[in-house]
Design a binder for this molecule. Structure first.
Ligand SMILES: [Ca+2]
Length: 315
């Protein structure tokens, strides 16, 4: 039994800002249950500079420019290189451009993660909705980091071995496999997963009717959503998914609204580093929750997810 938090949940979101990341950020910026302390940008979906652009566009759309610091992080995976997903996301915002020239903080994302958790040990929920490079660097730099994170929610992996960038691997894990392995081995005291399959594919889909309902809200934010969501909606529906997928938004909602997780179970987890299953996540159920490495949401309330995002897009 998880009791609802007493006040707004202090959050840091580590993001590869494109499409669903943007909607997750809108939720974190506008839902009164969230107290977003910082954004940290990780290499991922689209080019790093485009991701930075998209983050400032989202702050503008939310009316929160200047309120939340943006810290730039790692531009390549731990092992070097960058695996993008521009075939899914386009530029991540449907060609929309920001009209502000706000600047990122001079402090690096990894330094910000270390500092913010030192200033409030045990209090901050980190929601990681991109590849885990920044988190892994923080773990490498400071062995005490993991113990200072109150809760780490990772969007990544699959409970049933179904991938989305290879037949076996989910994108966020695959885009920095070594980082994911370092994070799951780091001993975060409360590590929670929102996975691609089956949870996102069953509970995190916005079909055409939902997208139309958002369009009909008729606000700047709903227009932003519809345009930024078009490319992934087209990609996903062309690949047999019944709409666009929203695991990042679900991850943020899980941080601020425990009731969206209808069922959450304890697991041990390992990341496959070698061979054709490189980037796969092996989750093994554990009876003793206290001894488990993590939990994973196994059933989520998709209507609650849709409603929570509609609430902030309607404003
Ligand atoms: Ca993401």
């Amino acid at each position: 039994m998880t009791l609802p938090p007493a006040g707004p949940v202090p959050l840091v979101i580590d993001t590869d800002t494109a499409s669903d990341d943007c909607f997750a950020l809108l939720l974190a910026l506008l839902d009164p249950r969230a107290d977003l302390r910082a954004l940290t940008i990780a290499q991922g979906n689209v080019s790093f500079e485009q991701q930075v652009h998209n983050a400032f566009l989202v702050l503008e759309v939310a009316g929160r420019l200047g309120d939340v610091p943006v810290h730039l992080g790692e531009r390549e995976a731990l092992a070097g290189g960058w695996i993008g997903a521009e075939d899914v996301h386009g530029d991540g915002v449907g060609g929309q451009r920001r009209s502000n020239d706000a600047q990122a903080e001079p402090e690096h994302a990894v330094d910000a993660l270390l500092r913010l958790t030192s200033e409030a040990p045990g209090e901050i929920t980190v929601v990681a909705i991109g590849p885990l490079t920044n988190l892994a660097r923080a773990v490498q730099r400071d062995p005490g980091f993991a113990g200072r994170v109150g809760s780490l929610i990772v969007m990544g992996g699959s409970l049933d071995g179904v991938g989305n960038i290879t037949p076996h691997a989910e994108y966020n894990i695959y885009a920095d496999v070594e980082a994911a392995a370092a994070v799951v081995a780091a001993g975060f005291p409360r590590l929670r997963f929102i996975t691609w399959s089956p949870v996102t594919l069953r509970d995190g889909i916005f079909d055409a009717a939902r997208v139309e309902a958002i369009r009909e809200l008729g606000t700047r934010r709903s227009d932003f959503f519809v345009r930024a969501n078009q490319a992934p909606f087209d990609f996903d529906t062309a690949h047999g998914v019944g709409g666009s997928t929203h695991p990042d938004t679900l991850s943020v909602l899980a941080a601020i609204d425990p009731s969206v997780a209808l069922e959450e179970r304890a697991f041990d987890v390992s990341v496959v580093l070698e061979g054709e299953r490189r980037g796969a996540t092996d989750f093994a159920p554990v009876d003793d929750a206290a001894a488990a490495a993590c939990t994973a949401v196994t059933l989520a309330d998709g209507e609650r997810l849709f409603g929570a995002l509609c609430d902030v897009l309607a404003g």
